[in-house]
Ligand binder design. Structure first.
Ligand code: HEC
Ligand code: HEC
Length: 155
């Protein structure tokens, strides 16, 4: 009986001492191999804390473009503006038909063109979902360093 007890205790001691030491700064969740992405050093399976919503300025002057063919940035808030199968709030101000009376910039002719270059009589399906290309601006720090400078003619 005594012998059995000694065996059980020593096996227990061996198991306990062979466990890795868990210090306070051992990160049990991270197995990223030291890599860090824009969402931080967090594994894909881990839910990251969400970013604080940025405040979009209410109305501002038109924002300069940095390169030819850049979709211009949206200089106003778009909260509650719906774009779906039944309605396109953006076009209620920006379409050729409404832009004049609403005092908004007309969408350019490229918004009526198909991929093959045919000009349609209404907005081309590939330009219907405005927010695919146009975005509002917020005062946010760049996520990564960017040394881009516009071409001379746009500076
Ligand atoms: C209530 C009318 C209205 C609605 C709705 C509206 N806009 Fe505008 N938008 C304007 C006005 C007015 C301007 C500014 C024109 C100016 O200052 O010369 C503008 C400016 C813009 C510009 C800048 C154009 C440039 O040349 O820099 C973009 C891009 C734009 N809007 C996109 C959108 C998108 C996308 C939506 C839908 C999510 C939208 N707008 C909804 C009225 C509207
Ligand atoms: C596939 C990308 C794309 C989509 C979708 C798109 N645009 Fe554009 N938009 C552009 C680009 C690129 C330009 C600048 C070059 C040009 O005019 O084609 C532009 C220019 C504009 C301009 C300025 C026109 C001018 O003459 O200066 C307005 C206003 C605008 N878009 C509004 C809209 C609205 C409203 C929608 C949705 C109905 C929309 N865009 C959908 C890419 C897009």
């Amino acid at each position: 009986m005594n012998k059995l007890l000694t065996v059980i205790i020593s096996v227990g001691v061996i198991i306990l001492t062979s466990l890795p030491v868990l210090s306070a700064d051992t990160d049990l969740t991270s197995n990223t191999g030291g890599l860090e992405s824009l969402r931080g050093q967090v594994e894909v399976s881990t839910i990251n804390s969400s970013e604080v919503m940025k405040r979009v300025p209410r109305d501002q002057h038109l924002i300069d473009r940095n390169y030819v063919q850049q979709p211009p940035l949206i200089p106003h808030t778009i909260r509650g503006y719906q774009v779906n199968l039944n309605a396109n709030k953006c076009l209620s101000c920006h379409s050729f038909k409404n832009a004049g009376t609403m005092g908004a910039t007309k969408i350019s002719v490229t918004h009526y063109q198909t991929r093959e270059g045919t000009t349609l009589s209404d907005v081309s399906p590939r330009r219907y979902f405005c927010l695919q290309c146009h975005v509002t601006q917020a005062d946010a720090k760049p996520l990564v360093e960017n040394t881009f400078t516009p071409v001379d003619s746009l500076r």
